[in-house]
Design a protein around this ligand. Structure first.
Ligand SMILES: Cc1ncc(COP(=O)(O)O)c(C=O)c1O
Length: 364
């Protein structure tokens, strides 16, 4: 079946493009000599995680324990849950997973380390952890330098955990204006992590790993000395945010929403059958926030829950009728995928398989 014969709205995955995106990142990591542990929050699909491993990824990353459960169930055996696990219920589930696979987790507090340490002692197998640091995103982590060194000293005294190294997510690189600025942001973040690592070593706490992530920064991050692992996620599909940041183009985007024009209230206005429940509100108002493939005369103006409202630039001479189908590039692929139960995988417009969004909604 051709993709334009599908009912809408539908999530489409261009598998040829996914393969190219996966191969490009895997090759760059191989040449740089760093491990690639892609973040699976972007696709949440077993088939695509397998493609990443087959292309050379050393393991996978996820954010939530519930996602890790899906991955272990499907045979993945080296998983980083890049999230602090808090509470007895989660620790019991973590232990069940650790009996079947290698599970690493991250933390930035003594409290979380104590819970994990108790598990490590009780099970006779220490829990492998990354210490998350704040290199400027101000989400998780103590600041790099002395605050982190002090934390690592406290963690080193806790029985039942093994500190693998430092982990950061330079999410603030998303707001760097130019590519040079972004490279500068990631370079100084990594320098800060390395000097923190060296200071810990001087105090006798030696660890090897520096794990960094994000699609905008990964290609520059992996070339920096000291980095041992990169965790990009969005690169697999890309989206208009990545186009805006200059690390993707419409051609390298692999996830699309197929929609139908359901109304033409005025000559200049059209309405499609997809709103925030397909696109989320992420990025609304950013120039080119949702792009219509192959139709530079069409721009999306705003969306509500079930309606997407767009404008036609009549000076470009295009036409558009009720019933026409449009292919759109979403603003942020990761939460968009999480809104769909399944996607249609296609090659050159021919649907080749249905893809279950296996770990969608696994927020617990
Ligand atoms: C901890 C962590 N690692 C890696 C990533 C991947 O970043 P990106 O989506 O830019 O590829 C994210 C994204 O949110 C993250 O939170």
């Amino acid at each position: 079946m051709n993709i334009f014969d599908l009912d809408t709205p539908a999530l489409l995955i261009d598998l040829d493009r996914v393969e190219v995106n996966i191969a490009e990142m895997a090759e760059k990591a191989r040449v740089a000599g760093v491990r690639l542990r892609p973040h699976t929050k972007t696709h949440k699909m077993v088939e695509i995680a397998r493609m990443q491993i087959e292309a050379g990824a050393d393991g996978i990353t996820c954010a939530k324990l519930g996602e890790a459960e899906v991955w272990v169930e499907n045979g993945f055996d080296d998983i980083l849950i890049a999230y602090p696990l808090v509470g007895e219920a989660k620790l019991a589930r973590l232990q069940a997973l650790r009996e079947r696979a290698r599970i690493i987790t991250s933390l930035d507090s003594v409290e979380v380390a104590r819970g994990l340490g108790a598990l490590g002692v009780a099970s006779g197998k220490p829990v492998e952890v990354y210490v998350e640091v704040d290199t400027g995103h101000h989400r998780m982590g103590r600041p790099v330098g002395e605050p982190t060194v002090a934390l690592v000293q406290e963690l080193a005294a806790i029985e039942g955990i093994t500190i693998l190294g430092l982990l950061s997510h330079a999410g603030h690189a998303y707001s760097a204006v130019t590519l040079e600025d972004r490279d500068q942001v990631v370079a100084s973040a990594i320098e800060d992590m390395r000097s923190t690592q060296e200071r810990c070593a001087e105090l006798g706490i030696v660890f090897d790993e520096i794990s960094v992530g994000s699609t905008p920064g990964a290609r520059a991050e992996m070339k920096r000395a000291g980095v041992t692992e990169v965790r990009p996620g969005t690169y697999v599909f890309n989206d208009t945010a990545m186009i805006y940041l200059g690390v993707a183009s419409a051609e390298t985007c692999a996830a699309h929403i197929l929609t139908t024009v359901v109304a033409r209230p005025t000559d200049e206005r059209f309405v499609i059958d997809a709103g925030t429940k397909c696109f989320t509100s992420d990025g609304m108002g950013r120039p080119g926030w949702i792009q219509v493939v192959g139709r530079p005369d069409l721009t999306m103006s705003f969306i509500t829950e079930e309606h997407g409202v767009g404008a036609i630039d009549l000076s470009q001479g295009g036409s558009l009728s009720i019933g026409d189908k449009l292919l759109l590039i979403p603003p942020h692929a990761c939460p968009v995928v999480n809104l769909f139960d399944m996607a249609y995988g296609h090659r050159q417009g021919e649907v080749t398989q249905e893809l279950l969004v296996a770990s969608r909604g696994r927020v617990r």
